[in-house]
Design a protein around this ligand. Structure first.
Ligand code: TEU
Length: 541
């Protein structure tokens, strides 16, 4: 099961991408409408966040029906038309499969609650809760109706964890995967898939909110192999990615090494916690460059040596914009955006672009708590107040960390609501849309740089296939790596700071060819100066 490593994925949060009806919510026809734009960018596949029927407590990650389209997003016919139009343009679809939990509105949970024992065994019910903490705050167990039992919810109280130990649950979920496969999709993104394997006996775990008790349990690999064999594993052109919460290199090698027949690649989040104080999300801290550099090297080298495959990304629908976190955007938005792009698009793994990243979108900079809607943010705000923070302190943290930062409407043009909708958007547009939008940026520096990077990956096997090695591995400002394929070598230098950095160039790259840079760089001598946020890729000889 070897995937095509030249491919690049673009992530669309459909709720915020393009509204064609004026309802204020984006829809599938909006995705279809914008396919030519994505074709121009050059991407191969679109990962679509959930668009299934759902009470939207967690924006669709609380699925109430796995094999239908939420009417707010359109119809099954719209879905089919979107897939068909994509095929004409050479763009495939990757769907989000939320198989760790379902909404408490799902008929399985409703039947279970009504006393049906067959469906009670679909969930994780216990007489006594453990001390595990929900990822959205509070204890991870809630009373199961008036039965005296408790059900597990690692996320919101309306997201009940499914019991993968029950073979009938696996059978039902595999049917869901097959259903969408038969509709012509060519990829799946599996939500928090490394959490599906719970132990038979669940015990208190005071370490790290209980995470070690349910994360990366060995049985998860068995389930993934079984899923693979029951569905996409037969189709070589399929691309699958597992979203791995708090995982390890060792496990991600096992999840993704082709001979294991589990998944094609894995997302991990360690590099996006380098601005968490003491590992806690709801804090504010400048990013720790050395931690970032060393995590990239650990994962790059580890996965390269172990024959695993990384999904490479900085942005998604759960993260504040990387530009706000890692770049001085007031002075160097273009330089920073292009440097960040090159630092993953030239690396080993499959790059993911989150909508708006290709035009350098930034956080919305809302003024009031009333603008935020995400369940995680609202819970966190309350918890921070309960812990004694002032409303101002708590708001500042939400402003920097909320998942709504990335969920704001896509900025198409300078018209009202960023050209996303003619109605009232479900989430307010960001303040920057008059300056930063597709209409303005399409011929601009960032968009064209992404086009170039995507093209280079298709043209140069060393980018798609080459091994990864760390370079300048203790440098305090530059994240650098080398790629190797047969006799070819490529050095990629990324200055993560708003100041010049001097470097001695290793001999094989002196006089080498500049493959791409976000500054004009003539020839490569023994020594060179990287300018603020400069990225520079040099082919060696
Ligand atoms: O997120 C997984 C996850 O672990 C989240 O806790 C994530 O790290 C967090 O949102 C960052 O603060 C996935 C989905 O991507 C997310 O949107 C869902 O809410 C979650 O699973 C539950 O399905």
């Amino acid at each position: 099961m070897a995937i095509d490593k030249r491919k690049v994925v673009y992530q669309i949060y459909p709720k915020s991408f393009k509204d064609t009806t004026g309802s204020g919510t984006g829809d599938l026809n909006g995705v279809t409408e914008k396919l030519p734009y994505l074709k121009e960018l050059g991407i191969d596949m679109i990962w679509l966040n959930p668009f299934y029927p759902s009470p939207q407590r967690d924006n669709g990650y609380d699925v109430a029906d796995y094999t239908a389209v939420n009417p707010d997003f359109g119809t099954m016919a719209d879905f089919e038309a979107m897939v068909a139009r994509g095929k004409e343009l050479g763009i495939d679809f990757m769907l989000d499969m939320v198989l760790n939990h379902c909404s408490t509105d799902h008929e399985w949970f409703q039947k279970a609650l009504a006393g049906d024992e067959y469906y009670q065994d679909f969930f994780i019910l216990r007489d006594e809760p453990t001390d595990w903490v929900s990822k959205f705050g509070g204890n991870a167990w809630a009373p199961f109706g008036d039965t005296g039992k408790y059900y597990l919810h690692l996320f919101d109280v309306t997201q009940a964890d499914l019991n993968w130990r029950n073979p009938r649950v696996r059978e039902e979920l595999f049917k869901v995967v097959k259903f969408w496969q038969d509709k012509g999709v060519k990829g799946f993104r599996f939500d928090v898939i490394n959490l599906i394997g719970k132990d038979e006996v669940l015990e208190d775990c005071p370490i790290n909110d209980g995470k070690p008790a349910y994360t990366d349990r060995p049985i998860t690999h068995d389930y993934l192999h079984e899923l693979n064999q029951a569905s996409f594993g037969q189709d070589d052109s399929f691309m699958t990615v597992g979203e791995m919460s708090a995982t390890t290199v060792e496990n991600c090698i096992l999840y993704t090494a082709p001979e294991r027949e589990e998944l094609s690649m894995a997302f991990n989040f360690h590099h996006l916690k380098v601005d968490y104080q003491d590992g806690q999300k709801w804090t504010i801290m400048d990013f720790d460059f050395e931690a970032l550099r060393s995590l990239f090297h650990t994962w790059g080298v580890g996965m390269s040596e172990g024959n695993g495959w990384n999904a490479l990304f900085y942005n998604n629908h759960d993260q504040p914009r990387a530009l706000n976190r890692f770049v001085d955007i007031k002075r160097f938005r273009n330089e920073g955006a292009t440097m960040l792009a090159a630092s993953i698009h030239l690396s080993r793994g499959t790059p993911y672009i989150y909508m708006g990243e290709e035009i350098g979108m930034i956080d919305p900079d809302y003024d009031s708590m009333a603008d935020y809607v995400d369940v995680e943010s609202l819970n966190a705000y309350q918890i921070m107040l309960d812990e004694g923070k002032t409303p101002e302190e708590a708001f500042k943290i939400i402003q920097a960390k909320s998942r709504d930062n990335s969920r704001i409407p896509m900025q198409w043009d300078a018209s009202d609501n960023a050209g996303f909708t003619t109605g009232t958007p479900w989430l307010k547009a960001g303040k920057s849309y008059k300056e930063i939008n597709v209409a303005k940026e399409k011929e601009g520096v960032i968009f064209t740089f992404y086009q170039d990077l995507i093209k280079l990956r298709k043209e140069l096997p060393i980018i798609a296939e080459g091994d990864y090695q760390a370079a300048f591995s203790t440098h305090d400002k530059v994240y650098a790596f080398e790629r190797f394929l047969n006799d070819d070598k490529l050095l990629v230098l990324n200055n993560f700071f708003a100041e010049d950095v001097e470097l001695d160039i290793p001999e094989p790259y002196q006089g080498g060819q500049v493959l791409i840079s976000n500054y004009d760089t003539a020839s490569i001598g023994e020594r060179l100066t990287l300018q603020p946020y400069q990225t520079l890729a040099i082919l060696g000889q």
